[in-house]
Every structure is written in C-alpha cells, then in structure tokens.
Design a protein around this ligand. Sequence first.
Ligand SMILES: Cc1ncc(COP(=O)(O)O)c(C=O)c1O
Length: 304
Amino acid sequence: MAADRENLTVYFNGEFVPWADAKVHVFTPAVKYGAGVFEGICAYPTENGMSIFRLQEHLARLEYSQRVMRFERIYTADELTGPVIEVVKRNGFQETVHVRPTVYVDGDGEAGALGPIGVCVTAVQKKRPEFTAKGCRVQVSSWQRISDLAMPTRVKAHANYNNSRFAVTQARTDGYDTALLLNAKGHVAEGPAMCFFMVRDGKVVTPSITSSILESITRDTILQLCRDELGMEPVERDIDRSELYAADEAFFCGTAWEVTPITHIDGHALGSGAPGQVSRDLQTAYFDLVEGRVADTRGWHTPV
Ligand SMILES: Cc1ncc(COP(=O)(O)O)c(C=O)c1O
C-alpha cells in the first residue's frame, strides 16, 4: 500500500472507513470474475474550492452500467452523490483527485454472479503525466477492441479492462507510450481508457459512439468545446487505419487522460511531430473549464 494512502478515508458499504479496512474476500465474484463496474471522476481545485467535474453524468453512467450487468441492487446517482462529495471533503484534498465509485458483486457466488452487491468510493491524488504537455507516441495495437457482441463496450465493467491492459502492455514492451485499438470492422475505436480525435484537412474527426467505444463524458465535453470555443463543427464517423498516417494532428481525451496530444502513430510523425495547434487550443479550453477559470454555463461543476 502506498504510504500516502494509509491516511485516506474510503466510503465502504454505508460507512466511512480507513483505507486499510476497505476489503473484500478473495472468493467474491468481483475478484474471481471481475464482476464489478466503476466510474473515474476528477475533482479539481478551483478559486471557489474543490469542484467535481460532470459528477451527475458519471453517476448516471454508473447506474446504466449496473442495469446492463443486471445487478440485484442498483446504486442510484442520488444515493452516491453524497458519498462522493463526502469522500473528497473528508480527505481534505486541495489538489486534483481521481474519484472512483465502484459497485461490485460480493458474497461467494459463481460465474452467474447474482448476489449481494457492495459499493465503495475511493479518492486518490492525481498527478498530470508528462505526456499531457509533450504528447505521446502511439502504437496501433494488434489486439482488437472488444466487440459489443462479446462484452458491453459502453459499460465501465472491470473485466473489459483486460482488453486495455493487453494493448498497453504490448505497446510499452514495444517501446511506445500507449496504444490505439481498432474495432472488429477494422476502424479506429479508442485508446486504453481514452477516446480518439484526429484533425485532418481542417476538420476535427472522431469515431462515432457505435464504434465499440465507451460513451466518454470527456469526448462529449470536447465535442461541445470544439463547437463553442473553436467554432469548428466536429465530424463523428468511421476512421480507417491508413487515415491515421494522413492526420495533421491527433489527441486522446478522457477523465484521467484529460486532453493528451498524440505526436506519432506507429512511428509516423503527425504534422511536425509536436502537439498540434487544435489539440493545444482544446487542451487549454478543457483546463480552463475543469479548473473553473471560465463560467460554468452548462452546470457541470459540483462544489465540494
Ligand atoms: C475504455 C474507456 N474509454 C474511454 C474513456 C474515457 O471516458 P470518460 O471521458 O468518460 O472518462 C475511459 C475512461 O473512463 C475508458 O475507460
């Protein structure tokens, strides 16, 4: 356990407990089969104190994830709003944190995994990686993004992340920073835990929500910023692999990855091989928004 985690408080099945006491048994379906769903949410320090970004959209997706998984008991957005705010508050964070509500199958059930449902909310400090400024070098993975015929791609289910893990470990082993996965049709899907955008011939393009991607909340934020701040109408369509090498710039987006420029794909430099202008403008607009430097006209901030 990381030393700085020892003093943290976790919301765990109705109580606030020390980090070390938030435990499940090794025989739970959550451990044995990855029978759980979660959200990744960021809370940012702003001029007016800590603020959670798009909390209601994240908790609505968590509710949807539980329904698709046919959990016997659904933790609603209303029920989890208080615990999420309280975990950030009780830990006294004054820096960016990654908040993770998790709902999982408890008990000692089998693969069918109906059974008692557990819930917890953790929050840990989040540091911005160096890729955010300098961009990342990406490998198109030989692993395929899971198909919605096999696993529900728009559900944040723990088990889905083995797919991401294969792609990331391969990319790192091969000397890249991260991966980009194609879907079963051979079109671009997304990265491991982030959605993909490219800029080609002055157009901002991203795969549609039926491309086997997670319906990313950051993707939605970027689509809106593109229209409202940059005056560019984004295009949602299939992207072929060979188009990647014709892109002028590209970036990943996600709650954890925020807006991260991509400088190279499979060793091909995009544009000059440095973060592109549209990517940087969107990154600035995103940071201004989440860090509360512009008015919250859309009601996306929840004060802690
Ligand atoms: C598989 C996957 N795709 C995309 C994303 C980006 O989604 P969001 O912007 O909602 O964080 C995430 C991260 O949550 C993810 O896990």
